[in-house]
Design a binder for this molecule. Structure first.
Ligand code: PMP
Length: 406
């Protein structure tokens, strides 16, 4: 029995009705970006049709309406992640922006010879900003190694921690492999040595409702477009004490208390980190996307996606020459794979001709590809609106591509 009424849910997504290259779209690139339900599209149309105005500045009604909706979206996000204060939620343009904001601020916390720890399973956006920070400060970047199964080597992680460690940054879920990392254990051990931790929740957010107070994490970052929201908006959660301590990332309007040529003082949280006119409509739609996902329910989503993952994995492994990367028992509905002797790009191109959207390449995680000594993989990533019939179409298309390429 399925935990979700998929046929009804699919009616919410206009894009799922379209054809690609003459075939019904089978969208299996959800880890790159999710599709948008009508409920969220309606909110976007309503904003531009009825109350488009700049926020926090105007006395006029439209401005107040937009401000109220934007701030109420912040509260929705706060509640969703069980955060103590709404000013601990900073609107950003997405995960990448959120990480850069923290990495930039952390320069003042680091001295030459201090250590920061990254994991081998990261997306480039959770590697490069920290490398830039290390270059600036002379801090040393240490890496938690990974195992053949695509899990973090936790024994090695515990050995890397010391009094020199100032910061740890890991993802909750790997975008390239789908591995769910043991962040509870990582957070606890990081705090034991007195360091701070940032968890990249970009890939966890569509599948797992994280309770940030229970996790006791210092920073948690998310992009709205992975959870049925629009692109160009996301959040940074930071503990109040950290957000007060870190300097602003950008200067400009909105983020000040007073400005004179002698001295500027900064606004209170969250505005200190929100310089300039933000993605107002995007923020409001982010809130609507969270409402939409919660109405379906994260337990139902996880249970259903797990069934899809098990079925697709079993069917795929029946094809000769298939090798799946990332075989952890703890994983979201992502399958990264190759077929012996075939290039992932060729497979992706042929199945696209059959309407199947997959991702091929290094998935912005080149260190993982280097570890497996491969140029890239084919990645199928599933969402709650995918069906078992779509898995069959995907498997059929892969078989066809294999026949054509061999
Ligand atoms: N981290 C992870 C784990 C991701 O999957 C992504 C998006 N692919 C990002 C960070 C970057 O997110 P964005 O491009 O929305 O800033």
């Amino acid at each position: 029995k399925l935990p979700l009424d998929i046929e009804t849910i699919r009616l919410d997504f206009p894009i799922l009705k379209r054809k690609v290259n003459g075939y019904p779209l089978v969208y299996l690139d959800n880890a790159a970006t999710s599709q948008t339900p009508q409920q969220v599209i309606d909110v976007i149309v309503d904003y531009y049709s009825n109350y488009n105005a700049n926020i926090h500045r105007g006395v006029h009604s439209l401005s107040q309406e937009a401000t109220d909706k934007y701030e109420s979206a912040r509260k929705k996000i706060q509640q969703h992640f069980n955060v103590a204060n709404s000013h601990e939620i900073i609107f950003t343009s997405g995960t990448t922006h959120s990480i850069n904001l923290v990495a930039n601020g952390f320069a003042q916390e680091l001295e030459k010879g201090d250590e920061v720890i990254v994991s081998a399973l990261e997306h480039h956006s959770n590697i490069v900003p920290w490398q830039m920070l290390c270059e600036k400060t002379g801090a040393i970047l240490k890496v938690i190694p990974m195992t053949q199964e695509g899990e973090l080597d936790m024994e090695a992680f515990h050995k890397l921690l010391s009094a020199k460690t100032k910061m740890v940054f890991v993802n909750h879920v790997s975008n390239a492999l789908g591995t769910v990392n043991p962040i509870e254990e990582i957070i606890e051990a990081t705090h034991k040595v007195g360091a701070a931790i940032l968890v990249d929740g970009a890939q966890a957010a569509p599948h797992i409702k994280a309770d940030l107070q229970a996790l006791d994490v210092d920073f948690y970052v998310v992009s709205a477009h992975k959870i049925c929201g629009p692109t160009g908006v996301g959040m940074l959660y930071g503990k109040e004490k950290w957000l007060n301590k870190l300097p602003p990332y950008q200067g400009g309007g909105e983020m000040i208390a007073t400005v004179s040529f002698e001295k500027t003082t900064y606004a209170e949280l969250p505005h200190k980190f929100e310089a300039g006119t933000p993605n107002i409509c995007g923020g409001i739609a982010f809130g609507a996307a969270i409402d939409y996902m919660n109405a379906i329910g994260f337990k139902n989503i996880a249970a259903y996606e797990h069934q899809l993952l098990e079925y697709a994995t079993k069917e795929l492994l029946e094809i000769e020459g298939v090798k799946i990367y990332g075989t952890s028992k703890e994983k979201t509905a992502v399958i990264s794979f190759n077929i012996e002797g075939l290039h992932p790009y060729d497979i992706g191109t042929i199945v696209d001709k059959l309407g199947i959207a997959l991702r091929t390449g290094h998935h912005c995680a080149q260190p993982i590809m280097d570890f497996y000594k491969i140029p890239g993989t084919v990645r199928a990533s599933f969402s709650f609106y995918n069906t078992f019939e779509e898995v069959d179409l995907f498997i059929g298309a892969i078989k066809k591509a294999k026949m054509m390429l061999q």
